[in-house]
Design a protein around this ligand. Structure first.
Ligand SMILES: C[S@@+](CC[C@H](N)C(=O)[O-])C[C@H]1O[C@@H](n2cnc3c(N)ncnc32)[C@H](O)[C@@H]1O
Length: 200
């Protein structure tokens, strides 16, 4: 993988593994939070590192609004071209503070999702803490990442995920393998990490 996600925007939606990852992430999200139930209809969701919006477009029909943020201009351009009615696609780096608060309604999210993003960040623990701070009390944080077999491998271990969610002071933490992807004769497990904001 390159550091420049712009190179992947064209054709991202045509990649079977990428589409499968998004559909299994959504299925595990629905299983975890009953997202397709009527309680979510008035809720606001942040899809952090949304890419072309493969997860956002699955969530959007079940909620009031999805704010979809990504640092890749090309990924956001693909998402904008989809013209999804209640998805606000925003280019910028929330972690660096260069997304205008007024532009995206920066806080008070009911749900923040990060699908295959966190393991690519230079400061994963710091990022989770920032994102957790954008939830209102009772809001949910859910991430999915490749499972690393040890602390030095690519991806995140169960332990890394659990301790990052704890350090962000989330409650009701759940970390487990939710699906796996078979690609290039390898089986790659995917972890879901979830927690609830328990502070004001
Ligand atoms: C593996 S892709 C996943 C995209 C999408 N979530 C999906 O599942 O199809 C990782 C994405 O994270 C984005 N990303 C990386 N660092 C980011 C940051 N600091 N803030 C927002 N997005 C970021 C990249 O631009 C890229 O679109």
């Amino acid at each position: 993988m390159t550091d420049d996600w712009n190179d992947y925007a064209d054709g991202w939606d045509d990649n079977n593994d990428v589409r499968y990852y998004a559909s299994r992430a959504f299925a595990s999200l629905d299983e975890h939070l009953d997202l397709c139930g009527k309680n979510w209809k008035s809720k606001r969701v942040l899809d952090f590192g949304c890419g072309t919006g493969l997860l956002a477009e699955k969530i959007a029909p079940h909620v009031a609004e999805v704010v979809a943020v990504d640092t890749s201009e090309n990924m956001i351009a693909v998402l904008k071209a989809k013209n999804l009615p209640n998805v606000r696609a925003v280019h910028g780096d929330m972690l660096a503070g260069n997304v205008q608060e007024v532009e995206i309604g920066f806080s008070g999210f009911d749900l923040i999702c990060a699908s295959s993003v966190c393991a690519f960040l230079p400061d994963y623990r710091g990022a989770v803490a920032v994102l957790a701070g954008l939830l209102h009390k009772g809001g949910q944080f859910v991430q999915w990442d490749w499972q690393a077999s040890d602390d030095n491998g690519f991806g995140l271990t169960l332990h890394q995920m659990k301790t990052a969610l704890e350090a962000a002071r989330l409650g009701s933490i759940r970390v487990e393998q939710v699906f796996e992807i078979n690609s290039d004769a390898r089986t790659m497990p995917v972890l879901m990490g979830a927690g609830i904001c328990i502070t004001e």
